[in-house]
Structures are given as C-alpha cells and as structure tokens.
Design a protein around this ligand. Structure first.
Ligand code: NAD
Length: 527
C-alpha cells in the first residue's frame, strides 16, 4: 500500500484562510445579513435583497481551511413563495419576460465578461466552499464564463420550423417560447460549473429563475447572481433560495414553477421525478448519478491510458458524475495497468488547495468522507484488493480536513460495492475481461447510463464498442470533458433531458404550433 504525498505549509495555509475570509465580502455583500466578529451569515437573495435566516444559521466548515467559513440559513417555505412570486411577475409582467433576444444576449455576454474580470475572487470562493485545488477552481470559473458566452449567442437564435408541404390549404410553423419560471437545483461538486450548465440556457430562452444551490456550496451561486444583476438583469428575474432538501422539494411541487432542472444524486432525482406532477404536470431535466465504465482494449496505448485515467479518476477528488470509476481492461494488459495506475496515484500531490503544486485537495465534508471511506471498507470485506491508497493520509497537519488518498482497487467480478455503486470519491477499480463482448455486456448491465469511455488505437474496434455502449456520452481515448456546444446527459438511472448544446436551451422552451388555413374548409375529412 502506498500513500500519496501530502504537502502542507502551515503559514501559507493560515494566510489563505485570512484572505479567503476577506475575499468573501466584495461579491457577497448583497447576501451577507450579518458580519460581526464571527463568520458571516448568508441569506437567500430574493429580488436582489437578502432575507435573513430564522435563527443564527447553520455553520459550514470549509474543507479547505478546517474552520467555519460562513453560516447559512434554511430557506423557509415563505422564502420559496416570495422567490417564485417574483420570478412569476418578472416573466408575466416584468421587463425580462418581454426582453428581445438581443437584450437577453447582452446580459449574458456582459455576465461572461464580469465572470472573467472577477475570476480570481470566484476561484477563491470555490476553493473555500469545496476544497478543490485552486488550479481546478480557475478552470471551473473559465468554463462558467464560456457557457454564458455560448448561450448568449444562442439567445438570438431561438427559432421554430416552417412547414409548407402539408397541402394546398395549410401552411404551418412552430414558435419556440420560453417555458416560464425555471427552478434550477444544483449540487456541490461543481457549484459554479453546473450552475453554468443551467442558468445561461434558462435565461437565454427567456425564463425567469429560482436557483437552489447545495447548502454546502452557496457562495458562488450568490456571487454569480450579483454579477448578473450588475450586468443588468431585472432583479425579480433571479432569486437564490438557500436551504436543504425541503426547499428544493417545495420548488419542485410549486404550481407556479414551470420547469425544473436538477443535478444531483439518483435518489433525489427519483424523488423529484415522482413529485414533479403532484400539483400540476411539469417537465424536469434530471442529471443524476453515474458509474462510468472505462473500456481499455489490447490496442490501447498504456502510457496514454495511465495519464488519462489518473485524471479521469482523481480530478476534483473523484467527486465527478462521469469520473472513470470502473476500469474494464483486457486481461492481457489489466495487471500491468493496475500496477502502473496505482504507482501513478501514489505520486499525486495532496495538500493545501490554495497551493499551485497541489493536485488533490480534501473531500467536500467530513460526512462525505465517512461515506466514501465506509464504501472502501465494505468493498475490502467483499474481497476487493487495494492496490494503492484506501487510507487517510497521516501527516503533520491535515487539521481534521477530510483528505483521502487516491485509491486504486482490483476485483475480478461485478459483485462488490466498488464495482457497482457510485462512490463519488477518489476511488477507481480495475477489472479484467476476457472478450470484448463480455466487456460490453458488463458495462451495459449497470443501472447507470451516464457516460463511458473507450481506449483503443484501432479505430474500427473503438467505433464498434462506442456504438454498442448504452450511455449518453462516450469518449474515445478521452474522459470527463464537457463543452457548451454539445449535449451531456444520461439514460436509465442517470436521468434524462440532457444539458448543454441547443437541446439544453430548448429544454427551457415550449413549442407552439401555428396553422394557417389558406383556403377554408372543404370537406369533413381531408385524407
Ligand atoms: P443531492 O441529490 O444530495 O443534492 C443535489 C441538490 O438537490 C441539492 O441542492 C439538494 O439540496 C437538493 N435536494 C435534496 N433533496 C431534494 C428534494 N427532495 N427535492 C428537491 N431538491 C432536493 O446530490 P449531491 O450530493 O449534492 O451531489 C452529488 C450527486 O450529484 C452525485 O450522485 C453525482 O453523480 C450527481 N451529479 C450528477 C451530474 C450529472 O451531470 N449527471 C453532475 C454532477 C453531479
């Protein structure tokens, strides 16, 4: 067993803790309801104004510092009511509901520029709320700006179809109209990146929105709203409701919410799918869990595979819905791959997330760490072998922050927890297969259908496998990347209605069909 390197510089660390606290204020001023001696208390933002939580709010310990970063209140049902009422008014009678494509495009484009201008502050907030390394946080900020830019362009190109070949008397066309009020429910693993998958397309389509971030990571959602308001968005068109599951559930059931876009666990997705029709029928987009199978064939370049899969498995501490968490490798290469991947994982640098040399930070919370660690222990008890990691690094100075060594496991079959379940941490499992048919069958047997990847330099083999895999995305000799131009979505227990791409914006619209009768009715039946 090996342990990845844990680098700590206490002085540096304390310095960052201080600057991070100071850095909280500029973009979050609007949302801070009390900032005396202790950590700031954050309120929901309704129509641009903070609503103080009932009581003193729940303390959130930053995984990056180990200290309390802020207090956050539960969004009571009255906050949900107020936010939805504002959004309804902005859509039905406000300026946002009547804004032209160009108006909407300009707000989104200005926001993209403001995100870039404030990139350093946003990246600091991301580190503070998630514990991810600063270099990855910068990438997430850039991805959010890119999404605002892309959907800003699409806001001016929201069109239906023209149909003239029905017959002499009928000419028809379809109109794409904004769906109305959209509830956007966001998880903690990419709080700004995933907000960027929902908020720009919803606004581009002309919806007004209520955002519900994870209670662990509200900072960047609140900051992004500040920037949107600075960019000229009507305040009532966007609110942020803080709180736990019940606040999200109230949005899902609300009569005045027209569409729901959710990213999170399959368990919550199931709940949302079941309740979205309780008060009225409404469409939902569900981006839920995954267990991405990675197929490595005998025709893959192992050097490339080791580098690629180190990233796929351990980027963002493995807290990625499309993480390469299950590696099905040709039996001829599986042993060597497992060994080399374990060696590579052991050399990853864990440490202060604000350090430029850090490759992995802590997990998002102690509670999440406990769940991932317990799943590794269960897998061991089920007979899974640990090739590398599987421990909490011991070092001078983790300060109770929830670090976990990058972990490479080995098992021959698909029965274990590690092979079947989404652990959502820095854990991957190598499994040998003896034929490509067997590999495809085992990959497709998963309850999840989010993504897969194929590693092979034989183009025919790679394409054949790709077409046989039943997932929403397949990467060939790659992993995890997402781009605003192309859809990203799942099947089966990974959800439905993809995000990104033109489809991602059309989700936030309704299609209206218009028929023009050019000749008057002639018969009862036209067939
Ligand atoms: P989660 O399901 O616990 O929470 C997600 C969001 O839903 C949070 O804002 C939460 O407060 C809210 N919520 C909880 N209960 C609710 C309810 N009953 N009704 C409405 N909203 C409710 O997920 P998480 O732990 O924050 O995120 C991790 C999960 O997200 C993983 O399973 C991961 O695979 C998934 N994820 C999926 C994608 C994707 O694109 N498919 C991307 C990122 C993360």
């Amino acid at each position: 067993m090996t342990t990845a390197e844990l680098h700590e510089d206490h002085n540096d660390h304390d310095h960052h803790r201080d600057t991070a606290h100071r850095g909280l204020t500029p973009l979050l001023d609007r949302a801070i309801v009390s900032s005396g001696e202790g950590p700031p208390v954050l309120g929901s933002l309704v129509g641009g104004v903070a609503v103080a939580p009932e009581g003193e709010g729940t303390a959130r310990i930053s995984p990056a510092t180990g200290g309390i970063a802020f207090r956050v209140g539960g969004g009571s049902l009255s906050v949900v009511e107020a936010a939805v009422a504002r959004a309804r008014a902005a859509f039905d009678t406000g300026t946002w509901g009547r804004a032209s494509g160009r108006d909407r495009a300009r707000v989104l484009a200005r926001t993209a520029l403001l995100i870039e201008e404030h990139a350093a502050e946003l990246a600091d907030l991301l580190v503070l709320e998630t514990g991810k390394p600063i270099r990855e946080a910068r990438g997430e900020v850039a991805a959010a700006a890119n999404a605002f830019e892309y959907f800003g362009g699409l806001a001016r190109d929201l069109n239906g179809r023209t149909v003239r070949d029905i017959g002499d008397s009928v000419f028809a066309f379809t109109v794409r109209e904004p769906a109305g009020v959209a509830a956007l429910i966001v998880p903690w693993n990419f709080p700004l990146g995933i907000l960027g998958q929902k908020l720009p397309p919803a606004l581009a389509a002309g919806c007004s929105v209520v955002v519900k971030p994870s209670p662990l990571t509200p900072l960047t959602s609140l900051a992004a709203v500040s920037l949107l308001l600075e960019a000229g968005l009507e305040p009532d068109a966007i609110s942020v409701v803080l709180g736990e599951g019940p606040a999200g559930a109230a949005l899902v059931a609300h009569r005045d919410v027209d569409v729901v876009s959710f990213t999170g666990s399959t368990a919550t997705g199931r709940h949302i799918a079941a309740h979205a029709g309780s008060q009225r029928l409404k469409r939902v987009a569900l981006e839920a869990g995954g267990k991405t199978p990675v197929l490595v064939t005998a025709h893959a370049d192992l050097d490339e595979v080791v580098e690629g899969l180190t990233f796929a498995a351990f980027f963002n501490q493995g807290q990625v819905c499309v993480a390469g968490s299950r590696i099905l490798a040709d039996a001829a290469v599986a042993g060597e791959l497992g060994e080399r991947l374990a060696g590579r994982a052991a050399r990853l640098v864990l440490g202060d997330p604000w350090s430029e040399s850090t490759q992995m930070g802590p997990l998002v919370s102690q509670q999440h760490f406990d769940g991932v660690f317990a799943a590794i222990e269960t897998s061991r008890a089920e007979g899974v072998r640990v090739l590398s990691g599987g421990r909490r690094p011991e070092p001078g100075g983790t300060r109770a922050r929830p670090f976990l060594d990058p972990t490479v496991l080995w098992t021959d079959d698909d029965h274990s927890t590690a092979a079947r379940e989404e652990l959502f941490g820095p854990v991957t499992v190598v499994q040998p297969y003896s034929s490509l048919d067997e590999a495809v069958e085992r990959a497709n047997a998963s309850a999840y259908g989010l993504a897969a990847s194929v590693w092979s330099n034989d183009v025919r083999e790679a394409m054949d496998l790709t077409l046989r895999l039943r997932t929403g995305t397949v990467w060939i000799n790659g992993s995890t990347d997402a781009f605003p131009e192309i859809p990203l979505g799942g099947r089966r227990d990974s959800g439905y209605n993809a995000e990104f791409g033109r489809e991602g914006m059309e989700f936030f619209t309704e299609s209206k069909t218009v028929q023009i009768n050019r000749a008057g009715r002639k018969d009862w039946y036209t067939a």
